[in-house]
Design a protein around this ligand. Structure first.
Ligand code: ADP
Length: 385
């Protein structure tokens, strides 16, 4: 009997242990499933945040981004891409070209990456760079559309500049070679004297041109920012032009400048800008050919939160048709006349660049036969301690 009771008790206990174990396993499974679900939820949330981040980043990217599935259906397009491929808003030519580039990318045996350039007339000319990429494992395609208009414009300017500078340098170089040859072939002292004078003149012309090219390169690449006293800019610029002013007999009159007047910028560049304006004023007063040469006037004053600097002359003046172009590199109103005064055609381009570097403005008023006034306006700086 006792044995039966013990056996019964044992089997009940065994059953209970088995039952507890199976419950625990079930609970463990439930916990595992719950944590799996939580992990999945977390992953889903993470991937939603990641895709939110990606689309925000692509949204502000300065290029058009399109992602397509393996069938070529657009599954993502950022805002920038919309202007090229979005029905009515999109540019029809760009859309056609992008579709053609994609067709090529989808053709069997096509390279993983292909690039092409598309020209649009909108009505201004625009150049787009279109790059198609096949995604790894046949996952689809990505297309990047970049506006290359500004890069092309700068390349054109650089190319023109190199061509113009070479041409400008070739002229005195050609003259030097002819003059040297002629010099070698003559024994007449008077002719030799005249020829050496002309050789020196041409060499100076080349040297001025190289100086201006270097100056322009410098103002385009660097610019300091420190308090600059306007009176020191004015007096240094006037000193630069002293020799020319004496040689051409054109005086420079400087109105008294407030010693407190300052701007924040690059002292050397500002002196170079004002010197260039003064040199022009002296040169083009001299070329007017009057017996009595009216002085060039230089003044600077404060106007609210700005500093105004003015260079006024009573020389030959500039006609209205030329005014919009005089700040271009190598542009001269009268190339023959400028050659006589040794102009390089780069002076005003340097001035314009210096003013741009200082976030200022420059304007010009002129009347042929009456004179010219250049006005530079810069933001007023704190007075110097
Ligand atoms: P340049 O070295 O030939 O003087 P700039 O770039 O300084 O070159 O000036 C461009 C052109 O603008 C000059 O060739 C000249 O025709 C005209 N110009 C500039 N300043 C004056 C001025 N004060 N009076 C008349 N013409 C001027």
């Amino acid at each position: 009997m006792v044995l039966i009771i013990v056996l019964l008790a044992c089997s009940t206990a065994g059953f209970a242990v088995a039952w507890i174990r199976s419950r625990r396993r079930a609970m463990d499974r439930a916990i595992a499933l719950e944590s799996l679900a939580a992990t999945r939820d977390r992953e889903r949330a993470d991937s939603a945040v990641t895709s939110q981040r990606l689309s925000a980043a692509f949204g502000i990217a300065p290029l058009g981004v399109l992602v397509l599935n393996e069938l070529g259906t657009v599954v993502f397009a950022n805002e920038h891409a919309d202007q090229f491929v979005n029905g009515k808003q999109g540019h029809a030519v760009a859309e056609t070209e992008i579709a053609a580039a994609l067709d090529e990318a989808m053709a069997p045996g096509s390279p993983m990456v292909a690039a092409t350039e598309v020209e649009l007339f909108t009505p201004t000319r625009r150049v787009l760079g279109v790059q198609t990429h096949r995604l790894a494992d046949g996952a689809g395609y990505a297309v990047f559309v970049e506006d290359l208009t500004e890069r092309h414009r700068l390349d054109d300017i650089r190319r023109d500049f190199v061509a113009n500078a070479s041409h400008e340098l070739k002229t005195p170089l050609g003259a030097l070679s002819v003059l040297a040859e002629t010099l070698g072939a003559t024994d007449d002292p008077a002719t030799r004297h005249r020829l050496t004078d002309r050789i020196a003149e041409q060499a100076q012309r080349m040297s001025r041109l190289i100086d201006d090219i270097l100056d322009l390169a410098l103002v385009e690449s660097t610019s300091e920012r420190a308090p600059v006293a306007i009176h020191s800019v004015i007096s240094e610029a006037a000193k630069h032009v002293e020799v020319m002013s004496d040689e051409y007999d054109v005086p420079v009159e400087i109105a008294p400048v407030d010693l407190e007047l300052t701007v924040v910028g690059d002292h050397r560049q500002l002196v170079s800008a004002i010197s260039n304006l003064l040199e022009n004023a002296v040169k083009y007063t001299y070329t007017a050919g009057d017996d009595v040469r009216a002085p060039v006037e230089l003044r600077a004053w404060r106007d609210d939160a700005s500093v105004v600097m003015e260079v006024e002359d009573h020389g030959i003046g500039i006609s209205e048709t030329h005014l919009p172009r005089i700040f271009e590199r190598f542009y001269r109103v009268d190339p023959a006349r400028t050659r006589k005064t040794g102009g390089t055609g780069l002076g005003l381009a340097i001035v314009r660049h210096v003013v741009l570097n200082h976030d200022g403005t420059i304007d010009v008023e002129s009347e042929p036969g009456v004179g010219t006034t250049f006005r530079v306006v810069l933001a007023l700086g704190e007075p110097e301690c």
